[in-house]
Design a protein around this ligand. Structure first.
Ligand code: BG6
Length: 483
């Protein structure tokens, strides 16, 4: 007899994440015939509704997406909807009845993190978590180390770590995976990838978007918990980790954990010197007047919508190399980039002009919105420059979109890759429990140091590069952001 069909249960199936990311990703996977045969998708939500109204709702959200012909027809045939509270015993029982006989069962928690533990408990008590179950949890897991541990402990009681897939969607991005290729498939960089040749590293994740409707969640978390604890520290790990023995899931994750463990803990003195919190006030964004964060929330708030800090990795490779991290909402432009700033030549032979012209090499890896890698190289300025040679930096530049053209294919939503990996059971691009907890240990240290030192968010106008202090943070050491 054939195995029963697999089931994907979208807990929070009518919510923002499902509608904006998961269903479009599923549609794209359907277009490419990558979903397993017979897969059923059961969306669960507290809102009233049935399969027909849910399909209509999803169809409206997918407007404008490719694949609304045949692929949508097949996908909509898979969709079902159950209106219930899966965190309650009767809700979990109703879900069990709806799932019926199933093979692989994936529960995707597109839910507020505070529901992870109660929902897991309810599913487990209803006998819904067995050997063929996988649990997919969205970041952030917890709000600090303690709450993260408590959630992870409830999950560990219900399922084995190998069944738990913690999502950090940055790891599903093609450009982020490309970092591994860039570092470990090119002999050129690795010998220079250390404190002998690198002066500092910058990681910027700037968004132009406001917090808007998500303020209820965001106001409790702020930039440090929403972005730094996960996406930014994951990028830092991929830049800083030692070469793994192979690409097997635990080999990569072991190396990332070592980096997180080596992060120097913040002290109150460091909080004042090495970090800046900001919150946007009214300004201009994309040429239009933009409201302040507090106007969106509707009351005064001390949550940061911007954070910049200097992180130090205390190990052999990175001793003395500052990692400047910066992220914020409502910034001047949308840009995610990693800058590797190499050291200057030890001695200039180019005389007074050359000394002034010469700049250290800089490798800029732009992940969003463009996928570009460029390395600035010093060149001679053409022409008869008088008695001294004049120099100028020029980029050796690789636009991945141009270089790969058609072969680069459609730009995929990060969740496409991750959903597929969950179904296939490949955990490489998911975050292991100890990684999440180590990242919280660092972030808790920063948050505690902020409280001890009384570091409050400084205002910055919407549409700017953050509070003035963010420039000061890096300029104090004679360096500058790559703006
Ligand atoms: C999410 C954060 O994890 O990542 C959001 O909760 C943020 O606040 C988003 O906007 C950014 O993702 P991306 O893929 O647009 O860079």
């Amino acid at each position: 007899m054939a195995d029963p069909a697999p089931v994907l249960v979208l807990l929070g199936g009518a919510g923002d994440l499902s509608m904006r990311m998961l269903l479009p990703s599923l549609l794209h996977l359907e277009m490419d015939s990558l979903l397993p045969e017979g897969l059923r998708i059961i969306a669960v939500g507290r809102a009233e509704g049935d399969a027909a109204s849910y399909r209509k709702d999803v169809r409206a959200h997918l407007e404008g997406h490719e694949g609304l012909g045949a692929a949508w027809k097949t996908l909509s045939g898979r969709l079902d909807y159950l209106s219930t509270d899966a965190g309650k015993p009767e809700g979990a029982r109703a879900l069990k009845a709806r799932i019926g006989e199933a093979g692989l069962t994936v529960f995707y928690y597109a839910l507020s993190p505070s529901l992870f533990a109660p929902v897991t408990k309810a599913l487990s008590d209803a006998g819904l978590i067995g050997e063929t179950t996988r649990l997919v949890l969205e970041k952030p897991i917890g709000r600090d180390l303690e709450s993260s541990r408590a959630t992870n402990a409830v999950i560990a009681e219900a399922a084995d770590e190998s069944q738990v897939f913690r999502i950090d969607h940055y790891l599903g991005k093609e450009t982020v995976q490309n970092l591994i290729a860039l570092r470990f498939a090119n002999a050129l960089f690795e010998p220079l990838w250390n404190n002998l040749a690198i002066d500092h590293v910058q990681i910027t994740v700037a968004e132009t978007q406001e917090v808007g409707d998500r303020w209820r969640y965001y106001d409790e978390y702020g930039a440090i918990r929403d972005m730094l604890q996960n996406h930014m520290l994951q990028l830092l790990c991929l830049v800083a980790m030692e070469p793994p023995s192979d690409l097997e899931a635990d080999a990569v994750r072991n190396e990332k954990v070592k980096v997180l463990r080596s992060l120097r803990r913040f002290t109150p003195e460091a909080a004042e010197k090495d970090s800046v919190r900001g919150q946007y006030v009214a300004g201009m964004a994309d040429g239009h007047p933009a409201a302040s964060y507090e106007a969106e929330v509707g009351r005064p708030s001390t949550t940061e919508t911007f954070v910049a800090l200097t992180a130090w990795i205390d190990n052999w490779r990175w001793k003395g190399v500052p990692f400047y991290l910066r992220t914020g909402k409502r910034m001047a432009e949308r840009r995610t980039e990693i800058v590797i700033q190499f050291k200057a030549v030890p001695h200039s032979i180019f005389g007074p002009y050359g000394d002034r012209d010469i700049q250290a090499n800089r490798l800029v890896i732009e992940l969003q919105p463009h996928e570009d890698i460029s390395l600035t190289i010093m060149n001679k300025r053409p022409g008869l420059n008088g008695e001294h040679m004049r120099l100028q930096p020029l980029p050796l530049s690789l636009s991945l979109a141009k270089a790969l053209g058609e072969e680069g294919g459609r730009r995929r939503i990060a969740y496409e890759r991750l959903l597929l990996d969950v179904i296939r059971g490949d955990p490489t691009l998911f975050v292991r429990r100890d990684e999440v907890e180590e990242a919280w240990r660092f972030v808790d240290g920063v948050a505690e140091a902020w409280v001890a030192a009384g570091v409050q968010p400084k205002p910055y106008p919407a549409g700017s590069w953050g509070p003035a202090g963010a420039s000061g943070l890096i300029e104090r050491s004679g360096r500058a952001w790559n703006d």
